[in-house]
Design a binder for this molecule. Structure first.
Ligand code: PRT
Ligand code: ZN
Length: 296
């Protein structure tokens, strides 16, 4: 790999793989579509990708083999809590809006509990022993941590543990294993991160452009372009209904004195109840369109 190309470590096969690749494609990188290879080169920009297991990504950044990485915040936090040396190695650049989940304490469904003190002197199975240890310390709980690398949710059923500390997304896996979520310890999502050491000037230039593009892609994902017709005198009410919007563009409507066409970019999700509120102040012919690219 050339030293003049920025190297990014991504998960090869798993929940973050497709979204990570898709994000870089949306940033304009021309990447080969096959995922069989460990190494990708962008054809049109000096960026190389290394596809590996997510757990290896922080070490690749720490060792200077890659410059940037995408992992779940849960993985990064577990690594950085190991010791201070690790935590000073990494800098989180930004959350990426995918891979959302939470690290939670869960217990058997039929278990009665009043407070988190239920965990005193219990056995808790997890693949995140460091984060669990930190949480227990903070809550003044003494418990036995049963460290296992996968299928944590089956531990209570096998009488290996009284509770688990694991990732939850829809909650289906917990329900299938007769468990219920007791306490959310950490909300997580995929994050873009780098080593704290400085890039050389070539890499810095490549990084600055990439960073701007990623920010634009994320901003665009969150934004919607909204078009509708409305009574001219309802504009101020409409602005109150659409928070997170820039100044609307107001255009005359052919053959109508009191109605106008309104075009506006919303930086927030647009829900059905927002559209219903618009209708109540007289808006009609409402269109909500996705925004593909956005640059301030
Ligand atoms: O092979 P490699 O080591 O790279 O992959 P992996 O098996 O370690 O990770 P992977 O692909 O399962 O997850 C990668 C990242 O995705 C995690 O570190 C999280 O940041 C994020 N993520 C988002 C999740 C989930 N959602 C998730 N639901 N990671 C795991 N799960 C598992 C969870 O452990 C449990 O077994 O899914 C099950 C729960 O899901 P629900 O939907 O039933 O609640
Ligand atoms: Zn992993």
């Amino acid at each position: 790999m050339s030293n003049l190309r920025l190297k990014i470590a991504l998960q090869k096969k798993g929940r973050l793989s497709d979204d990570s690749i898709e994000l870089l494609r949306r940033c304009g990188l021309k990447l080969l579509s096959s995922k069989s290879s460990l190494f990708y080169s962008a054809e049109n920009y000096p960026i190389d990708l290394l596809l590996v297991r997510d757990d290896d990504i922080p070490t690749l950044i720490q060792d200077g083999i890659c410059d940037l990485g995408i992992v779940g915040d849960n993985v990064l936090k577990e690594k950085t809590q190991v010791n201070l040396e690790f935590s000073s190695c990494f800098q989180t650049i930004m959350p990426l809006n995918f891979g959302r989940c939470r690290l939670s304490i869960a217990v058997p469904k039929d278990q009665e509990y009043q407070t988190i003190d239920f965990l005193q002197n219990k056995r808790i199975a997890t693949s995140y022993p460091i984060l669990l240890q930190q949480f227990l310390k903070q809550e003044n709980i003494t418990a036995q941590i049963v460290s296992i690398s996968g299928s944590v949710e089956i531990a209570p059923g096998l009488n290996m543990a009284d509770a688990i500390f694991d990732l939850v997304s829809t909650g289906r896996t917990l329900a299938e294993n007769n468990l219920k979520e007791l306490y959310v310890v950490l909300e997580s999502q995929a994050v873009f991160f780098k080593s704290t050491s400085e890039f050389n000037s070539e890499k810095k230039k490549i990084y600055d452009v990439l960073l701007k593009r990623i920010q634009s892609v994320i901003k665009a994902q969150e934004s919607k372009y909204i078009l509708f017709h409305a009574p001219r005198d309802a504009i101020s009410k409409i602005r109150e209904i659409l928070p997170g919007c820039e100044s609307p563009t107001i255009l005359p409507l052919e053959g109508s004195e009191d109605k106008v066409a309104v075009h506006v970019v919303s930086r927030e999700s647009v829900f059905w109840n927002t559209l219903e509120k618009l209708q109540t102040v007289g808006a009609s012919a409402i269109l909500v369109l996705p925004v593909e690219k956005m640059m301030a």
